[in-house]
Design a protein around this ligand. Structure first.
Ligand SMILES: [Zn+2]
Length: 111
């Protein structure tokens, strides 16, 4: 088995598992029970993880990458063109300098 995904949020792991299932990819979630004892072991070791058979690894990674890029397109942040501060997508003006940059245009952001 190979790990294709890890998350701080168990619901995300379940979501990934459901999506993979739609592509006929069997997966298992690890650490979903460990999560309740997060205070007693290093946090990183009890992150919920999604594992698949090596056969499906490449395909699963591709599906997850597509999922993540599509969720990125919706936000959550836009960058103020005046001061460069990151703002929540729900803010119409910059929380820091009150400049109203109405065009998040994430896909055209200069790098
Ligand atoms: Zn600003």
């Amino acid at each position: 088995m190979k790990r294709v995904y890890s998350t701080e949020i168990l619901a995300n792991a379940w979501h990934i598992r459901n999506v993979l299932e739609q592509y006929d990819i069997d997966s298992v979630i690890r650490n979903e029970n460990l999560f309740s004892v997060a205070g007693e072991v290093p946090f990183i070791e009890c992150m919920p993880e999604v594992w698949v058979k090596p056969l499906y690894y490449r395909r699963a990674k591709q599906i997850i990458a597509e999922l993540e890029s599509s969720s990125q397109a919706e936000g959550p942040d836009w960058k103020c063109s005046e001061c460069g501060e990151s703002n929540m997508i729900s803010y119409s003006v910059c929380w820091k300098c009150q400049s109203s940059d109405e065009k998040p245009m994430l896909d055209e952001e200069p790098c």
